[in-house]
Design a binder for this molecule. Structure first.
Ligand SMILES: CC(C)(COP(=O)(O)OP(=O)(O)OC[C@H]1O[C@@H](n2cnc3c(N)ncnc32)[C@H](O)[C@@H]1OP(=O)(O)O)[C@@H](O)C(=O)NCCC(=O)NCCS
Length: 472
């Protein structure tokens, strides 16, 4: 077995096929690593740990599954390996053990790579999710430049997006365009050429980086076609980071506040362990050795559901309806009455509750701190209303007594900031979420290939079979 101390040169020549070694050096500083080299370094340790789990712990009980797992959406059932992040009901999400504030303190920001802005970069989060390590500013800059060099859309994808009717939901356009990119999948080509199983992760990583790099341009082209904003050209400036480029393509490049907010939003939405619908879908479809494009397109279709990624547009709609009815400065009692009227009409209060979390969502807290730091947001009536709702809603939801978590989730805060900065097309909000979720779902596909995880095939039972087995 390879040890962790093996030299980088040896690793490159022994493990990486030639064409990837060449690609990996395209954006490199003399004293730093490329992401591919950093991932190469962790492969032996990951495999060793997995082999130990298999050989020494396979028979350990995690508690038997129950009927409630079969009929209750498998809630709480520990049956999935996910490397990038773990969600604790009380503490919230940690990325390789780092909380959001710890990530904000340690991950390189826009300013660290010489760009305007203070927030941590999604590129830094991607590096952390893939390697478990905090990258240096130079490494992040190299990765950012690498992504820029991969970001241009092929002409056939532009034509496919341009052929969609404007009335087709942006998320449907997004997933269709991502699916079609599998035309160029390096993983599919390598698989067809008979590449060894242990090498699958290289091309999975290559496809993942290509896809993450292209998501902003796909999103911007859809935004231009449907809402007419941006210049429709998707020009990529190699000096800019991923989100700065996306913001420019969408026509918001000069809005320094929005660019920085998008960096934070996309970094904190990147991963939320594996069981959520989008992440789980990417992993499930990928387990059939479908390439990263097909796997992530499937994830986007799950993200488009109203109980998952679409909730952020629902929150804003609901708050704006309230503002329209009572004005922008309602009394506390009017807020309480509005919450009760929503609950009594049998609807959920959007932006509150969570399937796992039992405390306020730290992603909500991070976005709220951003809001507190910007005078232009503090002055926004809709931001003020959403903040007041977040202070009053938990006590109403507690009194209502149904939801296990009466606190705000990330969707309670995210939309009102986009809206205040002029990005007011609600239907597009889930596309931005979709640009982000790739940061977590695609690295897990790389881990799946590093570890050679098998095709997912849980056992299902009919109700008759279940009843019969219970009677035995
Ligand atoms: C996120 C969500 C889907 C989690 O669902 P869950 O795991 O079933 O949540 P719970 O176990 O707490 O649900 C228990 C009950 O409380 C209700 N409940 C949960 N959140 C609620 C909310 N925000 N408002 C009113 N009722 C709520 C559920 O509908 C359920 O009612 P039921 O017994 O009549 O079916 C749910 O909280 C919700 O619908 N929230 C609003 C939508 C939202 O913000 N989604 C984004 C999540 S990041």
């Amino acid at each position: 077995m390879l040890s962790l101390s093996i030299s980088r040169t040896a690793l490159r020549s022994a493990a990486a096929p030639r064409q990837f070694a060449v690609a990996a050096t395209s954006a490199r500083y003399a004293s730093t690593k490329t992401l591919t080299e950093a991932v190469s370094e962790i492969v032996p340790a990951k495999r060793e740990q997995f082999a130990k789990l298999k050989s020494e712990y396979a028979d350990c009980s995690l508690g038997d599954s129950k009927v409630s797992h079969l009929i209750g959406g498998m809630r709480g059932l520990k049956c999935m390996l996910w490397e990038g992040s773990v969600l604790d009901a009380e503490e919230g999400i940690t990325f390789h053990g780092k909380s959001i504030p710890e990530c904000q303190a340690s991950l390189p920001s826009a300013a660290d790579i010489g760009r305007p802005g203070k927030e941590m970069l999604p590129e830094s989060m991607l590096w952390l999710l893939l390697t478990g390590k905090v990258p240096s500013a130079e490494e992040v800059k190299g990765l950012s430049q690498d992504l820029s060099s991969r970001g241009k859309l092929p002409n056939y994808i532009e034509k496919i997006i341009d052929s969609f009717p404007k009335t087709l939901h942006p998320m449907t356009q997004f997933s269709a365009a991502v699916s079609a990119l599998n035309h160029d999948s390096k993983f599919a080509a390598a698989y067809n050429a008979g590449v060894k199983k242990t090498e699958y992760w290289h091309t999975t990583l290559e496809d993942s980086l290509d896809l993450i790099a292209k998501l902003p341009a796909i999103a911007a082209r859809i935004y231009y076609n449907v809402f007419g904003k941006g210049d429709g050209k998707q020009t990529i400036n190699p000096d800019m980071d991923l989100i700065e480029n996306m913001s420019h393509m969408m026509g918001y490049g000069k809005s320094e506040g929005l660019v920085d907010y998008l960096r934070l939003y996309i970094a904190v939405h990147g991963d939320h362990e594996g069981g959520n619908v989008s992440a789980h879908t990417a992993h499930l479809v990928g387990s059939a050795l479908s390439d990263p494009y097909l796997s992530y397109a499937a994830a986007l279709n799950g993200l488009a559901g109203p109980l998952h990624g679409l909730a952020n547009q629902e929150v804003l709609n609901w708050a704006l309806e309230f503002e329209k009815a009572v004005g922008s400065n309602p009394s506390d009692q009017q807020i309480v009455d509005y919450l009760w009227s929503t609950l009594k009409s049998g609807r959920v209060v959007p932006g509150y509750g969570h399937a796992v979390l039992r405390k306020p969502d730290p992603r909500f807290t991070a976005l709220s701190h951003f809001t507190d730091s910007r005078p232009e947001l503090q002055e926004s009536p809709i931001v003020q209303l959403v903040q007041r709702l977040s202070k009053i809603a938990p006590s109403v939801l507690k009194e209502h007594g149904k939801t296990k978590n009466p606190y705000p989730n990330v969707d309670a805060a995210s939309g009102c900031v986009l809206y205040t900065y002029g990005l007011d097309e609600f239907k597009f909000y889930t596309v931005i979420f979709g640009v982000s979720r790739a940061l977590g779902a695609l690295p897990q596909l790389v881990f799946d290939r590093i570890l050679g995880l098998p095709i997912e095939r849980p056992k299902s039972l009919s109700m008759d079979a279940l009843m019969a087995s219970l009677k035995k």
